[in-house]
Write a protein that binds this ligand. Structure first.
Ligand SMILES: N[C@@H](CCC(=O)N[C@@H](CS)C(=O)NCC(=O)O)C(=O)O
Length: 236
């Protein structure tokens, strides 16, 4: 039985890449909408770390409360196209996943706070939204836009240097490619990220041709193409 409960929010965030990975590996997902945006799951009472995503595997009862652990477990437990082929490949994929996770944590997540109006410092489990601490919303947007660009400048240069195509590590799509895809499309298409698009003159990934090429290659995978409309339908 390839079936999991997955608790997350009705947004792209850190949940959609898990949905896509499950789809590509034939794992059925019971998607539970979590507090504060749903009532199927109370993250503060049911998730050990008070965060989401959280998953439970029906086959063995395993519960995991971290997106990287969830994804690495799923591609190892239920092998498919995204399962790394060698130890070296696996390490590279983890590194790229880490890059995207940092981009998400330091750029997209603070933007979520601005978009949703949670602009008080320490609102999420006492987490810092320090880009807002001095100068308010406008300074926050300026600083985060600068960080968005500088992160992608490094990444784009690295991709030019490696020359791997069409995906991050070469001919095989990886779970890190999927996370890069969901983050880039969230910035390009969700309503909330209009503020970052506007701050970038309407072209948040202009000049990042390698990144765009990889994201387009991911978007052309049939299982992914069929759910592409979700980005423009989600708020963030
Ligand atoms: N490293 C964790 C971070 C999880 C995380 O921060 N999730 C956010 C939503 S994307 C959350 O639960 N925020 C609510 C809170 O911190 O109270 C992971 O990747 O799963």
């Amino acid at each position: 039985m390839k079936e999991i409960d997955l608790a997350y929010l009705p947004v792209i965030g850190r949940g959609e890449q898990i949905n896509i990975i499950c789809k590509m590996h034939g794992v059925k997902v019971n998607y539970l909408l979590s507090s504060p945006m749903g009532e199927d799951f109370d993250k503060d009472k049911q998730a050990p770390f008070g965060t989401i995503p959280w998953m439970k595997d029906h086959a063995n009862g395993l519960e995991l409360n971290d997106s990287m652990a969830i994804v690495q477990y799923l591609v190892a437990q239920y092998p498919g196209p995204l399962t790394p082929k060698t130890n070296e490949h696996s390490a590279r994929v983890s590194m790229y996943w880490g890059w995207v996770q940092d981009y998400y944590s330091f750029v997209l997540s603070p933007f979520h706070d601005i978009i949703t109006g949670h602009n008080e410092i320490f609102w999420r489990n006492l987490r810092l939204t320090d880009s807002l601490a001095d100068g308010g919303k406008d300074a926050g947007i300026t600083n985060l836009t600068k960080l968005h660009k500088s992160r992608f400048e490094f990444f784009e240069k690295h991709l030019s240097d490696t020359g791997f195509r069409p995906f991050l590590t070469g001919s095989e799509c990886s779970y890190a490619d999927i996370f890069l895809y969901t983050c880039v499309r969230a910035v390009e298409e969700t309503g909330g990220f209009g503020i970052l698009r506007e701050a970038c003159g309407g072209k948040p990934f202009e000049g990042f041709e390698n990144v765009s090429g990889i994201v387009n290659a991911v978007g052309n995978i049939p299982e992914i193409k069929s759910s592409a409309s979700k980005f423009s339908e989600c708020p963030i």
